[in-house]
Design a protein around this ligand. Structure first.
Ligand SMILES: [Ca+2]
Ligand SMILES: [Ca+2]
Length: 195
């Protein structure tokens, strides 16, 4: 007599439908996980890129602010024999320089594109460098692909984002940091000629 083991045949199993549902859930969870990790990686990369851009902007701003507000007043050798310098008689200095109303940009004897020749803040108006250079003018190869560009405008305390035609003792410095042609950061600063 053949005996059938009913307990084995009646054991609950997994149906095909259940398998399909489980696979679908697993697929959704996997895709969501990949998207989350991908988004996190993109966010990290953007944060790192922005941090680099901020450092590049800070260092260039520091270089710019190391210059005087206006073109330095010409000097001539002191004639008292001590080798020092004296400031020329102010009557001989063009008034346009005293007022800071001279055109923004480089003056005679300075070279566009060579910041080591710059001796006042607005000499940096229109300046750009790609890749960035250190204060001595040497290329920073580690930043290939990056660009730093500067504009310097007249500004005023009352309306810092406007550009008055005459000097009010305030300059607006805008530094734009780009990578591969895409702007990563724009930083605007105001500098006053007040001590
Ligand atoms: Ca100058
Ligand atoms: Ca200048």
């Amino acid at each position: 007599m053949i005996r059938i083991n009913h307990s084995r045949l009646n054991r609950p199993g997994i149906t095909l439908v259940e398998c399909v549902i489980a696979a679908a859930i697993l697929a959704v969870v996997t895709v969501a996980g990949l998207r989350a990790s991908g988004a996190a990686a993109v966010t990290d990369a953007k944060s790192a890129q922005r941090a680099t851009a901020s450092q590049l902007a800070d260092s260039l701003l520091s270089e710019i602010l190391s210059r005087p507000y206006s073109e330095p007043i010409a000097t001539e050798p002191d004639d008292d024999g001590d080798g020092g310098l004296i400031v020329l008689d102010l009557e001989l200095i063009p008034r346009v320089i005293d007022l800071g109303d001279a055109p923004l940009g480089i003056e005679a004897g300075e070279t566009a594109g060579n910041k080591t020749t710059f001796d006042d803040i607005d000499d940096f108006n229109g300046y750009s460098e790609s890749p960035p250079k250190d204060a001595a003018g040497d290329t920073l190869a580690a930043f290939n692909g990056w660009t730093r560009a500067v504009t310097v405008s007249r500004a005023s305390h009352a309306a810092p984002l406007t550009s008055p035609s005459t000097d009010t003792g305030v300059r607006r410095i805008t530094i734009t940091i780009s990578r591969a042609g895409q702007v990563v950061l724009t930083r605007t600063s105001l500098v006053s000629d007040a001590p």
